[in-house]
Write a protein that binds this ligand. Structure first.
Ligand code: C5P
Length: 213
């Protein structure tokens, strides 16, 4: 059975950078599940749905052709055979819509299934909102990367991204299915006053003590 390192946390907490570096150091595959929700959202918007049409979105999402390719250790999702660009995945339209699409339970069910199937590809570092709580509740390696709201908003604007971090967090934390929580057994790291290297080192130290790294 492949090993899974679950990295959860709110928007712009630094979890993507941490997860990418960990995957590289450990030689695991890196999986960004936020990009999967973003990919489905891009397709939903491109097909012209109104975000209120939850049933139509659910039906459309279950028909989407989703494939996963390994590009240099990073798993990317193809949507209807299309490899979306970072600009498309992080557009203002997708930022504004993704947390609404992520509330549709059929979308979650479909993506959770795809995420679980990725263990067949090898050891994983998977980041998201519900990885330790719902997708892989049995993995012993769960980390929750946090940061203050001010620090997170500053990080996003430094990246030049116009994102509605607070709005997404509210929707993500209060939704009925798989809300953002600190999973049971997770180690919570507040990255507000830490450098990326310091956070990665804390996680690596913990994994070393468990004989994983
Ligand atoms: O990680 P990122 O901020 O790119 O995620 C975009 C959105 O996708 C989140 O705000 C959330 O609504 C949704 N998401 C989710 N479950 C995950 C990963 C992301 O609901 N495991």
């Amino acid at each position: 059975m492949s090993s899974v390192i679950a990295i959860d946390g709110p928007a712009a907490s630094g979890k993507s950078s941490v997860a990418r570096q960990l995957a590289e150091k450990l030689g695991h595959l890196y999986v960004n599940t936020g990009n999967m929700f973003r990919g489905v959202t891009w397709a939903v918007l491109n097909a012209g749905f109104d975000l209120k049409e939850k049933e139509a979105i659910a039906a459309y999402a279950s028909e989407l052709k989703l494939e996963f390719v390994n590009e240099g250790g990073h798993i990317h999702m193809l949507v209807n055979q299309r490899r979306l660009t970072d600009a498309e995945l992080n557009s203002e339209a997708v930022n504004g819509a993704v947390s609404h699409v992520a509330q549709v339970s059929e979308v979650r069910t479909r993506l959770v299934e795809e995420q679980r199937a990725l263990v067949a590809r090898g050891d994983l570092v998977m980041e998201g909102r519900d990885i330790g709580s719902v997708v892989f509740p049995d993995t012993p390696h769960k980390f929750y990367i946090d940061a203050s709201e001010e620090v997170r908003a500053a990080r996003r604007s430094k990246q030049g991204l116009n994102d509605t971090v607070a709005m997404r967090d509210k929707l993500d934390s209060t939704r009925k299915t798989a809300p953002l929580i600190v999973p049971e057994g997770a180690i919570r790291i507040d990255s507000s006053d830490l450098t990326l290297d310091q956070v990665v080192e804390q996680v690596m130290g913990e994994l070393r003590s468990r004989g994983v790294a």
